[in-house]
Design a binder for this molecule. Sequence first.
Ligand code: AMP
Ligand code: ZN
Length: 664
Amino acid sequence: MTTEERIHQLREEINQHNYAYYHQDQPTVSDFEFDLLLKDLQRLEAEHPEFYDANSPSQRVGGMVTKNFATVPHEYRMYSLDNSYSIEDMEEWEKRIEKLLGEQVQFVCELKYDGASISILYENGELTQAVTRGDGVQGDEITNNIRTIKTIPLKLEGDYPAKFYMRGEITIPIQTFQQINAERKENGQELYANPRNFASGSLKLQDNTEVAKRGLQCFPYYFIGNQLPYTTQWEMLQSAHKLGFKVPDSSKLCNSLEEVLAFIAEWDVKRKDLPYETDGIVIKVNDFRQQEELGYTSKSPRWAIAYKFKAEAAETELLSIDYQVGRTGAITPVANLAAVSLAGTVVRRASVHNEDFIRKMDIRLGDMVYVEKGGEIIPKIVGVNLDVRQPDAQEIQFMQHCPACGSALVRKEGEAQHYCPNEKGCSPQIIGRLEHFVSRKAMDIESIGSETALLLHEAGLVNDVTDFYALKKEAILPLDRMAEKSAQNIIDSVEESKKQPFEKVLYAIGIRHVGETVSKKLVKHFQTIDRIMAATMEELISVDDIGEKIALSIKDYFRQEEHQAFIQRLRDYGLNFEMGEADKPTSTHLEGKTFLFTGSLTKFTRAEAQKMVEQNGGKNVSSISKNLNYLIAGEKAGSKLKKAEEIGTVVVLTEDEFLTMLTN
Ligand code: AMP
Ligand code: ZN
């Protein structure tokens, strides 16, 4: 077998395993075997860039960064749907269309998947472009991100139209949503409000390796193109399945409005057990000839309507507002409610986000408020029943002083959140920082959990995280529930933690807005704490995923002498403040130079090329500007090449010339 044949065979085999796993829920190999196959393929593809294929299953794991998503017009506009909320609305709609058509109508009922809509172009059976809905007329091109979603076929099976757009909804499993929100909460990051925001947020991530990890799914609901071979919606859904899409089997062909209403009633109950969110049912005229005849209003098709389920809401009294202090000093207001039953659980608290939210909603103490529960962990207040507001209902005076330490709260311009500035003396902040520092994703000091951290703090042994490294066994032993062995464990695991790599240390020290990902990116870019501390705003912002807010927070942090001394103490204890040798670049050949790749590359993949640049000390950028030094143009290079030539200072290289540059 030639290498090319082997590559094709591996791709085919991996595709089949993927299909069995994601479509049929019947894995045909173990994860381990699967990884071996994939590694094999990745290795061969790396050795033989001439067989590059953007739709190889190896592309599903990511490795691409898109800094700016291009705006792309939709060839066919992406419409909204008209909404209906009652049986009467539905009856009216049916009458209206039967009158317009003058004949009987069959309907297809589908769930209304709650996520972000997508339009994916397939040409000759290959996925070639994916664009978000945007404003319906144009959207953002997010092809690289979409390729990582496992239930979206990169190549179609069977009998496919030569060119068409698949319209579908990208959703997130509720469980994944809750899990990721819980992690974000732990990291002091802002939570996603609902699975819909999560889905659209995920689609716009710059690094598609992150997208690949988010468990997104795609549910197709429409094909559009020139002279497609389908005559009905139902036939099209069936064939979507045959082409390799994951089509939910909840959809139903209905012969009458009665059947439609029965479907709605059935799913109003059953939807609560689905692993993803739905907010209604979409009812479509089945026959494409009839669809065409009915046409569109300026906003939505006349041949379809959404029936919206009533969100699960309850009305209850707002008793008071509590203010919680996080480890970074961020203040979160939480409403205390008179207990009320909602979607099967008793609710006593609801999120009210920040002061602006309270003002905007005009929530007052003693008000009867509506609380709703979507996929969120904590329910939210969605409105106030003004009819029953008491004339003396008091406006909420947002807390001016920290509930824990009494310091005056501050609110920075442009930020919605209040902060307690008393970093050193505010106990929830102190304890929060200790807990964060020892946590698994940070220094991973296993023998010190939250409880032990608190115990050590209350005993006066640990006030800031540097104190962990000064702990003596004799001092720990007399504490409650401590024995020789547990005390020794603490000493040992604190010692062991000195081996944690720099990126974990940087995350552990808990700079506001520096989560796991940002910390990794900083380390990769700057390599040492000294360089990070010396970085200008501009240099910080030039790093992927780092915007002004994060950059400001980093500058702010290191500007303070206290923090500089704090870092020095940790350094003296032997923690890692430099990138490990293994991760460091192999040469400084390309130092200070910037690179961008365009067109279709034949000698290596884009990811490989970018890695080569990094390993030789160069930097990848994502768009053409005066700051770009080299543009490597593959075949069919288009607008970027033109733009580079216009700028004049950009050196354009062929792939071979780039490779030569690396070795000379
Ligand atoms: P809306 O955003 O409320 O106007 O509803 C229209 C959106 O519903 C479309 O843009 C789709 O993204 C989404 N949608 C979800 N499920 C379906 C479905 N089965 N058929 C059509 N649209 C759907
Ligand atoms: Zn405080």
